[in-house]
Write a protein that binds this ligand. Structure first.
Ligand SMILES: [Zn+2]
Length: 433
């Protein structure tokens, strides 16, 4: 666990706080970043050497050698490799990594979630993740406030796209009531049964600031109700969520392990199938035809759950049961040439260790370049934010990270990010000379 080390305060944190307390970057400020190599996120040959000129919050020029305009600041990263800021499509930033979410409902408070969310957001940003899709907090709408506080410059963190409150059926993956029926438990109002209630939950979430809708289409590993492999929401309930979200111009992300739930979700028109543990050939074919839906696995979770002290044995059993099929699902998607989103389920894994997902994927046969494209330009496309983020191109937001070693030779280099810029502001720099 990294918790204590981070809480104690290290150089990067001090730097981050100092930077964010500073005034916002002036639109007129010019920075020229020089590096040994640039992997721009689109999958082409790296540029070497590389230079990126940043004007205010945006990228103004990219080339092998750029002139330094008078008055510009130069950040020379030496032989380091520069990449776009990384994107994680599945985090729970306001959830603590050492507390089971069901316990969080009875033993923690929304304010605790907000404070730890601030800590987790900072840790995640410093690990190189400049955008996260947050998949729903234990305490509803804490993620909305966290997103806004980061956007307003109150604290350092990734740009957030948030779910507000995940939508689950009674008895399913999002139903945390594990006590006697006669015991009152916190009312988080995330349960919706039948198309009408789902419709209402979608409308409520979007009214209160959610960017997208998260539904639990199947059972989950870290819960006690229906098994992960079984469909939880009916086809009609999933369709109701998608149709209503579409009326608002929003997407639906479906937590889905089992293949029936995966297929129902794709057919209904969800944007992402998260986890996708039992992805079968028919699901792969459906995804290939759809072009609007994406498979977003979370593979490193199994390793962490096995070692977690706070996860009960019953849930470790569930995790073991899906572990083998998760790897096979990933390999079949890879073999079919499907675009595969990048995600971690952080809070299930320690916040800030998001990049460890890369090594697991690489062990299952994905090339380093494909993994980098997944966590940058592909994820940006899945979020429909490809016009602003996901690659190092003129006009895009200056979200940049750098690593000392070559990630194409060793993908674990991404676990050691030494430079982080978000929208032109430097949050971490241990590489410049
Ligand atoms: Zn999750």
């Amino acid at each position: 666990m990294t918790t204590r080390a981070w809480v104690g305060g290290t150089l990067p944190i001090v730097m981050a706080l100092a930077t964010t307390c500073a005034t916002p970057v002036a639109a007129s400020e010019t920075v020229v970043i020089r590096a040994g190599r640039l992997i721009d996120g689109r999958g082409g040959e790296p540029l070497a050497p590389a230079a990126v000129r940043v004007q205010g919050a945006r990228i103004a020029a990219v080339g092998e050698r750029l002139e330094t305009p008078a008055g510009a600041r130069v950040i020379d990263l030496g032989a380091a490799t520069l990449l776009p800021g990384l994107i994680d499509l599945h985090t729970h930033l306001s959830d603590r990594e050492d507390v089971h979410w069901e316990d969080a409902l009875t033993r923690t408070t929304p304010s605790q979630a907000a404070l730890w969310g601030a800590r987790n957001a900072r840790v995640t940003l410093l690990a190189g993740f400049t955008t996260c899709r947050d998949m729903g907090p234990t305490w509803p709408y804490v993620d909305v406030d966290l997103r806004d506080a980061i956007a307003q410059g109150a604290l350092p963190g990734p740009r957030l796209v948030v779910a507000g409150n995940y939508v689950s059926s009674t008895g399913g993956a999002g139903d945390a009531r594990q006590f006697s029926l006669f015991v009152e438990v916190p009312l988080v109002r995330n349960l919706a049964d039948g198309p009408d209630e789902v419709l209402k939950a979608v409308r409520t979430n979007l009214k209160h600031g959610a960017d997208f809708i998260k539904i639990l289409a199947t059972g989950a590993v870290l819960s006690k109700g229906i098994e992960p492999g079984r469909q939880q929401y009916s086809d009609a309930e999933i369709q109701a969520a998608v149709e209503e979200a579409r009326r608002w111009g929003r997407d639906v992300a479906a937590h889905a392990h089992g293949s029936a739930g995966i297929k129902a979700a794709i057919r209904a028109g969800v944007r992402t199938v998260d986890h996708g543990s039992y992805l079968d050939q028919e699901s792969v074919a459906l995804l290939r035809r759809s072009r609007e839906a994406f498979y977003v696995p979370t593979l490193y979770t199994g390793v962490v759950i096995e070692a977690s002290a706070h996860v009960p044995e019953s849930e470790k059993e569930r995790s073991r049961a899906v572990q083998a099929t998760k790897g096979a699902a990933f390999k079949s998607a890879l073999a079919a040439g499907l675009p595969i989103g990048f995600a971690t389920d952080a809070s299930v894994i320690p916040h800030g260790q998001n990049a460890r997902e890369f090594a697991v994927r690489s062990g299952l046969g994905e090339t380093p370049m494909a993994a980098i494209v997944s966590a940058t330009s592909l994820n940006a496309e899945i979020l429909r934010m490809g016009d602003r983020i996901g690659s190092v191109e003129v006009g895009k937001l200056a979200d940049l990270v750098a690593v000392r070693d070559d990630p194409l030779a060793d993908i674990t280099a991404l676990e050691r990010v030494g430079f982080v810029m978000r929208e032109g502001v430097v949050y971490r720099d241990e590489l410049s000379r």
